[in-house]
Design a protein around this ligand. Structure first.
Ligand SMILES: Cc1ncc(COP(=O)(O)O)c(C=O)c1O
Length: 293
């Protein structure tokens, strides 16, 4: 039996209601074609972590799919604050913009449509202490997605099917390899560590450039952790001392088992612990930085 839809707060085309009540047309191109883009922003104690950067990435995704952005970044930030007004604490904000509702189904882009703007928020599920302290298991798979993975598109069937491969065996993520090189995971970026040096795959069209990826690169530089951005061959992933996942909700998590084998000594490594501490410090300073701004 399916559970009732929760009364989570949402915003749809200017109206605040709940996800139980909000309704979208069946002709919406998001529903028919997956023709839309999205963002997920973590909010700690009412303050967005890198909200501006998320909306800048939304703009880049919209530019890539030739969708006109109905709002400037500051307007978006204001809309999120409005949605969050009665929902304090730690929240995830989901934002989706689709191309809107045409009068007929046709692949080619219709002119003059008003985009459908949808947002909802729900309690943020941060990684558990157990996950942080023991790490998580992942599996690998061939990256069978398309060549525009840099667009944060709602067309997620490739990612959904990739994620299910790990869900099927009770693992946290599916780490993807394309032509013998690491790309990312189904809903996270991936970093590897060897001999104390961190490596991350290039910022190209084969990965979604994570806001957390960028934050980690910055925190590593500030914390004098050595980090290189370059192609990572499969052999390097498999021989790594440490492997990490990053995303706005996973933060940074150590992968301690890959395809059933231990990564390094099978425990979260020293570089992970340093990076995790730098990330938590950054989060802890969010509110004071917001007040000072
Ligand atoms: C495919 C993919 N890569 C990477 C990420 C990490 O992005 P971010 O750090 O902006 O959450 C996500 C997040 O959902 C993702 O779906």
């Amino acid at each position: 039996m399916s559970e009732p839809i929760p009364a989570l707060p949402c915003y749809l085309n200017g109206e605040i209601s709940t996800v139980r009540d909000a309704k979208v047309s069946v002709l919406d191109r998001g529903f028919i074609f997956g023709d839309g883009v999205y963002e997920v922003i973590p909010v700690y104690d009412g303050v967005m972590l890198r909200g501006r950067e998320h909306f800048e990435r939304l703009q880049r995704s919209m530019d890539e799919i030739r969708l006109e952005n109905p709002h400037a970044v500051d307007e978006w930030l204001g809309l999120v604050d409005k949605l969050l007004a009665h929902h304090p604490g730690n929240q995830s904000v989901y934002i989706q913009v689709t191309r809107g509702v045409p009068t007929k189904r046709d692949h080619a882009l219709p002119k003059g449509l008003t985009p459908t703007v949808f947002m909802m928020c729900y309690p943020l599920a941060s990684p558990s202490r157990e996950q942080v302290e023991n790490g998580v298991a992942c599996v690998t798979a061939r990256d069978f997605r398309w060549e525009k993975c840099h667009i944060k598109s709602t067309s997620l069937l490739g990612n959904v099917l990739a994620r299910q491969l790990s869900a099927d065996v009770g693992a946290t993520e599916t780490i993807l390899l394309r032509d013998g090189f690491l790309t990312e995971a189904s809903a996270s970026n991936v970093f590897v560590v060897k001999d104390g040096v961190v490596a991350a795959p290039p910022r190209d069209n084969l990965i979604l450039l994570g806001i957390t990826y960028d934050l980690l690169v910055r925190l590593a530089a500030e914390g004098t952790v050595k980090l290189e951005i370059r192609p990572i061959p499969e052999a390097e992933l498999r021989a790594a001392d440490e492997v990490w996942l990053t995303s706005s909700t996973k933060e940074v998590l150590a992968v301690t088992q890959l395809d059933g084998k231990p990564v390094g000594d099978g425990r979260p490594g020293a570089v992970f612990r340093r990076m995790h501490a730098l990330y938590q410090e950054h989060k802890a300073g969010l509110r004071s930085r917001a007040v000072a701004a």
